[in-house]
Design a protein. Structure first.
Length: 134
């Protein structure tokens, strides 16, 4: 089985305070956070680090989050990386899923919800089984 410390989560988030909170939660889960504040930076980090999961703020400063997804999926080596979109606008869920994201979390993200998504995409544990813990 893979060591959790070897697992990387790319966080593409423009707000430093929110990024810091996500980094702490990812580290608490025993995973390695990789951070980008722009879509362009996120693409570079994805190519460089090949993360196991991407947490993506849909409202980026340099590009639309769904444009990021399209550009990422154009690279064969990155196509299978699961992407969990995040937005303060919960109505963006359907758009994010249609746009190629694997899941969606409304902001502010609750730690138990983040852990459920990490278990689902990193460890293969269905998120539904985590609901009973909350």
């Amino acid at each position: 089985m893979d060591n959790a410390k070897d697992k990387k989560i790319l966080i593409v988030e423009k707000q430093p305070n929110y990024t810091q909170q996500l980094v702490k939660q990812v580290m608490f889960a025993g995973l390695t956070p990789v951070v980008a504040v722009t879509g362009e930076g996120g693409l570079r980090k994805a190519i460089e680090h090949h993360p196991d999961l991407i947490l993506l703020e849909l409202d980026l400063t340099d590009m639309d989050g769904l444009r990021f997804v399209t550009l990422l999926k154009e690279r064969e080596a990155l196509q299978k990386i699961p992407i969990v979109a995040m937005s303060i606008v919960s109505q963006m869920k359907a758009t994010a899923l249609r746009g190629g994201c694997n899941d969606f979390m409304a902001k502010p993200v609750k730690m138990i919800e983040l852990m459920a998504h990490i278990r689902q995409f990193i460890h293969g544990t269905p998120a539904a089984s985590m609901k009973s813990l909350g």
